[in-house]
Design a binder for this molecule. Structure first.
Ligand SMILES: NC(=O)c1ccc[n+]([C@@H]2O[C@H](COP(=O)([O-])OP(=O)(O)OC[C@H]3O[C@@H](n4cnc5c(N)ncnc54)[C@H](OP(=O)(O)O)[C@@H]3O)[C@@H](O)[C@H]2O)c1
Length: 276
């Protein structure tokens, strides 16, 4: 495994494991398998309703807590400063953990205008030792600028929808300029038609790997941390196996050219989409 380094010195594995829809016994089993298959960063969320499965999975996995980077996320309904800390404590109890490595605001929900308050609560949680590093998801430059103006502290991470059909070049440039690590959610486009794209398939044939491996390798070469989800052990393993080949600049550019302005999988534009 290779690592990215956050501004606060924390090392993050370059690939993480997504857990959306991994709930209950089957979900817990898939997460344990992922850890035993080599994943060291696990991405969860209060709203995935799987922090319980995460806790069971961690207990059953054959690894020390200190070797893992565990993420959860605060839902918009708990953005009041006095509710946020309790919500994080509840996340911890469900996950059977003493601390999270990363805790993120899940959506900016700008019409509600509470994300600055929620950000202050995450900074409190960090001071209290509930979380090691704090970040956001789905934040646009205007939201990040506002956090900086209001608190003087920018997130360490911005987790955004990012895949070849929506490559987020402007947001990535902003994040890089502000030393914010970009994480890619739905890196495989939720296994949509993108995986049948002829250009991606041509490139996969050339390197004798799968389309998923080409996409995840492209993420790494962009300096992005992808968190693919896979219930199948064989997919978990191949998705991690992307450190032994390098895409040429020409192939990187061919993939960059696939991006489309309306390429989001579910048209969830953070300027207007809300989630609580
Ligand atoms: N912050 C946010 O707002 C936000 C939003 C969405 C997601 N996320 C996070 O990002 C994670 C990843 O995104 P996602 O789950 O939406 O989608 P994704 O990782 O892009 O795609 C998951 C789908 O791809 C399939 N898959 C995995 N590996 C494959 C392979 N090698 N070949 C073919 N298909 C493969 C999976 O199948 P099987 O599972 O059947 O193996 C599953 O159906 C989530 O799980 C969640 O942790 C965050």
């Amino acid at each position: 495994m290779e690592y990215y380094q956050l501004q606060n010195g924390m090392q993050l594995p370059k690939i993480g494991f997504g857990t959306y829809k991994l709930t209950g016994t089957n979900g817990a089993r898939a997460i344990t398998t992922a850890i035993n298959n080599g994943y060291r960063l696990i991405d969860s969320a209060y709203n995935y309703e799987n922090e319980g499965a995460l806790g069971v999975a961690l207990q059953n996995a054959d690894i020390a807590r200190s070797q893992l980077t565990i993420t959860s996320k605060l839902p918009g309904r708990y953005y009041h400063r006095d509710q946020a800390i309790t919500a994080i404590q509840e996340s911890l109890y469900r996950s059977r953990l003493d601390y999270f490595d990363l805790y993120l605001l899940h959506w900016p929900n700008p019409k509600r205008d509470q994300y600055v308050e929620a950000w202050q609560a995450l900074l409190d949680a960090q001071k209290f030792g509930l979380v090691r590093a704090v970040g956001v998801c789905n934040f646009l430059p205007e939201h990040l600028d506002r956090l900086q103006q209001a608190t003087g502290v920018l997130p360490q991470i911005n987790q955004i929808e990012l895949h070849p059909y929506f490559n987020q070049a402007p947001q990535r440039a902003y994040d890089e300029q502000h030393q914010i690590l970009t994480q890619a959610w739905s890196p495989l486009g939720r296994a949509s038609v993108m995986l049948q794209d002829p250009v991606l398939n041509q490139i996969a044939d050339k390197y004798k790997v799968s389309v998923a491996q080409i996409i995840l390798r492209w993420d790494l070469q962009l300096g992005v941390l992808p968190i693919p989800k896979a219930i199948h052990s064989s997919r978990q393993l191949t998705n991690l196996d992307v450190f032994s080949f390098t895409l040429t600049p020409d192939d990187m550019e061919r993939i960059n050219q696939l991006s489309k302005p309306d390429g989001r999988t579910h048209q969830q534009d953070p300027a207007s989409y809300e989630e609580f």
